[in-house]
Design a binder for this molecule. Structure first.
Ligand SMILES: Cc1cc2nc3c(=O)[nH]c(=O)nc-3n(C[C@H](O)[C@H](O)[C@H](O)COP(=O)(O)O)c2cc1C
Ligand code: SF4
Length: 537
């Protein structure tokens, strides 16, 4: 090799080494910290990917679970970058059966804000007070209609949990612990919903039996605002979880109250109740002992359980404070394909069936309904609110916000971005401080978009969007109103009249407006003040 070539090779090697060192030391990109130099390939492909894929592989709306457009929207929102799309929709609206259309109002009682940045810090609390209907001692109004769904420490890394918990604090929303108990990473300032799974992690004795005192100790040790009993999850209904021995580190063992280095298998059913009647007894006992609102999380399959639950609630005075419905399209750290693909109903169908049962028995206004299952996208969330959801939980969308690239390796412990792994090398790439801000930005942006759509529909809050505001396309030439699709009666899907007035009064943020009127217009409009034009009552 000539001297010139050797010098060029040495210069190239030093440049690569310098890039590697910079990648290892920077904190912005987990992928580059974990895969110095090589990681740049991904960014290059991402940069030219749209052009390549447009001609060679998939379209913007083909990938699953989240299309490229959906992921782009989450990434841009999380980074507070421009999340607008140019040229118009590339969705196949006219030919996609089931496509939701939201119907804006020309002269509603609200004026949507138009500035891209406005409303980002808007306060969008829940339209119902959680636990109030049943007189729970610690009833409260959740501060955010968008909250972080249960994902356990174990399925997610400590760094990811920390990023989400700090993000929840920044965004002023609730962070559900998932069934893996309350870890040190959940104690970073965010308010919590403590989830109780079939293994009673964090509130069990040495034999694995539920231990009320330990639950009370956990609740007292952290800002736990509510308890959620997990009955099932959309991606793996009827199955318990499995955390393989290799992933049961000392930290996870201590958090869950289980032996280290042994397969951690969660049973499929709870031991503390065996039917709907005993479930309700347990709910009441937990609420009395802790003072907290208590709810259940479930995917929807057979409806016998819901029929019995609503009948018992209507006749015995016992009841749950909230119901979280998880769609069959929901995510998981790991589950058998047949369960993720086929067991349990998709969100809209499952939720509407359950909501109808509560509404037919006159219970719908006394229960807070929470939805999950790709509801971290504004269009899906709006349909959920119209159907009667009071809040939505986001799981995988929040993972995207903190760096997940949808590599779908969460079950292998090799997650390249450090989100869903316990591998120390991979998790060190995820900087919780930076990613917490991204999680918060994403949640605030989703909330802001929901608010804007509500205002475009003429109401002050997403919870006030009614079924009349949504139609479902049947193809190019027909659409069916949402209430007809799901057999809803007038008024269903909305909070009580008192809750409607209360939440409208709480939405005091300035809305959008118009340019100054001409003199003629001003004279004609003199009798109609801006305030009563926007809020006729
Ligand atoms: C990695 C991962 C772990 C999860 N762990 C739990 C859990 O511990 N408990 C639970 O009820 N749901 C769990 N879920 C389900 C989510 O909470 C959520 O219900 C579901 O993913 C639907 O929301 P999404 O479409 O926004 O992801 C998990 C989901 C993921 C992706
Ligand atoms: S990057 Fe891949 S493996 Fe990691 S959390 Fe996302 S989907 Fe799971």
């Amino acid at each position: 090799m000539s001297r010139g070539l050797r010098a060029a090779a040495a210069a190239a090697a030093s440049a690569v080494a310098a890039v590697a060192v910079r990648d290892l030391l920077q904190r912005d990109h987990a992928l580059l910290r974990n895969f110095p130099v090589l990681g740049h390939g991904r960014y290059l492909i991402e940069a030219i990917g749209p052009e390549l894929r447009q001609y060679v592989v998939a379209g913007n709306d083909e990938e699953r679970p989240f299309t490229r457009d959906q992921r782009r929207w989450v990434y841009a929102s999380a980074k507070k970058e421009n999340n607008y799309f140019g040229f118009g929709t590339d969705n196949d609206i006219e030919y996609t059966a089931g496509y939701p259309i939201i119907k804006h109002r020309t002269f509603g009682r609200t004026v949507p804000r138009s500035n891209p940045a406005s409303g980002l810090e808007a306060h969008v609390p829940c339209a119902k007070v959680l636990g109030a209907a049943r007189g729970r001692a610690k009833a409260f109004r959740p501060a955010s209609v968008v909250n972080i769904s249960g994902m356990s420490f174990g399925s997610l890394s400590g760094a990811a949990i920390e990023a989400l918990n700090k993000g929840a604090a920044l965004a002023g929303c609730l962070h559900n612990t998932g069934e893996g108990a309350l870890s040190p990473y959940h104690r970073r300032g965010g308010d919590l919903v403590f989830q109780i799974g079939t293994s009673y992690f964090g509130c069990r004795d040495e034999q694995g039996r539920f231990d009320l005192q330990r639950l009370k100790d956990q609740v007292a040790s952290a800002p736990v605002k509510a308890l959620e009993i997990k009955l099932s999850q959309g991606a793996k209904p009827s199955l318990g979880g499995l955390l393989p021995a290799a992933k049961v580190s000392a930290e996870i063992a201590a958090t869950r109250g289980i032996p280290q280095g042994v397969d951690c298998v969660s049973p499929s059913r709870h031991a503390e109740f065996c039917d709907t009647d005993s479930l309700l007894d347990w709910v009441e006992m937990l609420a009395t002992e802790t003072g907290l609102p208590v709810g259940i999380k479930a995917a929807v399959g057979d409806l016998d359980f819901w029929a019995e639950l609503t009948t018992l609630m209507a006749t015995t005075g016992r009841g749950v404070d909230f119901v979280t419905i998880d769609g069959g399209e929901g995510g998981t750290g790991a589950a058998p394909l047949i369960f993720t693909d086929t067991v349990s109903l998709p969100f809209q169908i499952g939720f509407a069936r359950v909501y109808r049962m509560f509404a037919e028995r006159g219970l719908h206004e006394d229960v807070v309904f929470v939805g999950a299952g790709k509801l971290g996208l504004p269009d899906n969330a709006i349909v959920a609110f119209a159907l009667g959801c009071d809040m939505v939980n986001v799981a995988r969308e929040a993972m995207l916000a903190i760096g997940c690239i949808q590599a779908q390796k969460c079950h292998t412990d090799t997650c390249p971005t450090g989100v869903a792994t316990q591998n120390k090398w991979l998790t060190r790439g995820l900087d919780p401080a930076l990613k917490s801000v991204r999680a918060a930005n994403y949640i605030k942006t989703l909330r802001r978009d929901l608010l804007k759509v509500a205002e475009a529909c003429g109401v002050e809050h997403p919870g006030l969007i009614d079924t009349a505001s949504v139609e479902i396309l049947d193809g190019r030439t027909a659409a069916t109103p949402l209430d007809q699709v799901y057999d809803y009666r007038p008024g269903w899907g909305l909070p009580s009249k008192a809750d409607q007035s209360a939440i409208a009064a709480l939405m005091t943020e300035p809305q959008g407006g118009s340019a100054p009127p001409s003199d003629d217009a001003a004279r004609n409009l003199a009798e109609v003040t801006p305030a009563n034009r926007r809020r006729p009552g």
